[in-house]
Write a protein that binds this ligand. Sequence first.
Ligand SMILES: [Zn+2]
Length: 225
Amino acid sequence: MTENQHVERIGRKLDKMVQKNNTDGALDLLRELKTITMSLETLQSTRVGMSVNAVRKQSSDQEVQTLAKTLIKSWKKLIDDYKTFGADCSLLAAQIEEQIFEDFKSTDIKYKARLRSRISNLKDQKNPDLRRNVLSGNISTQRIASMTSEEMASEELKKIRETLTQESIREHQLSKVGGSKTDMFVCKNCRGKNCTYTQVQTRSADEPMTTFVVCNDCGKRWKFC
Ligand SMILES: [Zn+2]
């Protein structure tokens, strides 16, 4: 059975339920639909979205309503992407996967890691440009298939990473210099009072010192001015 036929069959069952005014068993069918990676073509030719929406309206089952809404939302996104970028996401995804498989010639752990990192980066709400670039073809499927995490990261993420690096360097330097043991502070993490602190002038000389504290019991670090 092709994907089209499979979806069509489910759609017909849902339509029947609505006609008979009895949506028992609809949840199982919706769950089945959720496991299918819907292509634009199937979505348009089967019009399954209409069937799901009709069930959503009729059913009083909270779970049916929620799942139907989720499905319709994700399909709507597929159609919007097509309208906006002329891109067929499922086709693009297949091309990217093919390219990655070509690189590893297997579905081993590296292949899976590469796939997963593409998915999480393309889904990243803070990085909409990456998705747009791939959908519009600015970034080719070959290119996205082999980009590093750093390359995929948005400017915003890049900045966060930079500050993290600077802070960790500073902390590293401090831990080398060492600090003074104290019971003045209470660790928010473990409530212990066994801490070490250091005070440094991180900015200009006329500004207050920054105090870096590390909990010797659980390793939690924090700072304050
Ligand atoms: Zn602690």
